[in-house]
Design a protein. Structure first.
Length: 418
């Protein structure tokens, strides 16, 4: 079981972007080397997007319908393969860690936090630029190339939608201009040519009936609906906004109240929490209706809040709180006596909390990577809702703030709604 899937007692199918695109294109794309910053097992961000088989529950991470996620993943292959091999024309380069942050902001279902922005810019001196002017010019070219590609993809998906509606090949008026500008912007940052053919080949995918499926099971194809295309376009806009925010050395953001009625919480936070799709699981035989939100602070840190409503039988405050925390730890491979849940009262409610750690192992080799994954959780009993609120923080970083410190900071900003 992967360390990143928290408190999810079900199997998932995981397919990387590179693998998915190879099924779509018919050939394995090169240029997706694993960075040392991204250990395969236990990493809190993956260069791969995670997909789940039809009709199976999905991890909180996915937080998207499997089908539409697969459709939207068509956005990624061209540029990220290029970015990870860049830049042939630059005198300096970003670190693997900085590339990871840029990719996290760019990709479908991506994310960007104040902490990630600060890390990206604070480590810039190590990138080897001669001066700030050279640095700014390079980031501007990188921003222009990334946004140019995203703008082109907007026209690709608008054209796909128009073609589907018209029943014939349709290109938007801005399609050819967007393509030319994307090619020109990408040419400024790399001498590679293989991606040019890929961009030009997008014309074929616009035709009605073109095979766009990345289905895990080719025997069960799915239809791409207008709503999926609309969601893809919305995701592209979010990616554009994140890239613009990251490319600006001054962080633009402030704490705002975020209300989640389904979880009965309000959080004052500088950064947007993402809500996952509802799912069902069980707690020692008790059926549970669950919903979750998560916030990725950085490549190595994630916050997850889960509302677990018992649909069979009443909640048993002491027993269920402790068991919930234990199960959340077991998902990461943290078991007794490494971890022990401590019961207490918190804001007048019965809770159980605890912290544990486990060594990260490579999914490819099964060998330990030398990294530690630390998890801090609190389960709060909401008797009036016959439910449990589970607050968890997972981190692979050893420096401050620790998982426990992050959880305490979050709890200070959190209100439970009745």
């Amino acid at each position: 079981m992967l360390a990143i899937s928290e408190f999810c007692r079900f199997q998932t199918a995981r397919v990387s972007i590179a693998d998915g695109i190879s099924r779509y294109r018919g050939a394995v794309r090169k240029g997706f080397p694993d960075s040392p910053s991204f250990p395969v097992r236990g990493r809190l961000i993956d260069k791969a997007n995670f997909y789940c088989e039809k009709n199976k529950e999905r991890t909180t991470w996915g937080c998207m319908n499997m089908v539409s996620t697969l459709v939207r993943s068509l956005l990624l292959p061209l540029v990220m393969g290029l970015l990870l091999c860049m830049p042939a024309r630059a005198e300096a380069d970003l670190s693997a860690r900085q590339w990871g942050i840029w990719e996290a902001a760019f990709k479908i279902g991506g994310y960007l936090s104040k902490e990630m922005h600060a890390e990206f810019w604070s480590t810039m001196p190590g990138a080897g630029f001669k001066n700030d002017q050279d640095r700014d010019a390079y980031i501007k070219r990188l921003e222009r190339a990334t946004l140019g590609y995203l703008t082109f993809e907007q026209e690709v998906w608008n054209s796909r939608k128009a073609s589907q509606e018209a029943g014939q090949f349709v290109q938007t008026p801005a399609y050819e201009t967007a393509k030319a500008e994307a090619l020109a912007a990408l040419d400024e940052i790399s001498t590679q040519n293989d991606w040019k053919a890929d961009i030009k080949s997008e014309d074929e995918t616009i035709k009605p009936g073109a095979e766009l499926s990345l289905a895990l099971d080719p025997a069960n194809p799915f239809h791409i609906t207008a709503s999926m295309m609309d969601q893809t376009l919305a995701d592209i806009e979010k990616s554009q906004a994140r890239i613009r925010k990251l490319a600006n050395p001054v962080w633009a953001g402030k704490p705002v109240d975020q209300v989640f009625p389904d979880l009965h919480v309000k959080i004052l936070w500088d950064g947007e929490f993402t809500k996952g799709a509802p799912y069902q699981t069980d707690l020692d035989g008790k059926k549970v209706d669950a919903v979750a939100i998560f916030y990725r602070m950085s490549i190595d840190k994630i916050i997850v809040l889960r509302f677990l409503k018992l649909s069979t039988g009443p909640v048993e405050p002491s027993e269920d709180a402790s068991r919930t925390v234990s199960l959340s730890m077991e998902t990461y491979g943290i078991v007794l006596p490494t971890f022990h849940a401590v019961e207490s009262e918190w804001r007048g409610r019965m809770t159980a909390s605890g912290q544990g750690a486990t060594k990260v192992k490579s999914m490819a080799t099964g060998e330990e990577t030398g990294e530690m994954l630390t998890v801090s959780s609190r389960a709060v009993v909401l008797e009036e809702e016959n439910a449990i609120l589970l607050i968890s923080v997972a981190t692979q970083e050893t420096k401050d703030p620790t998982a426990g410190q992050i959880r305490e900071r979050l709890e200070e900003k959190l209100q439970i709604l009745r």
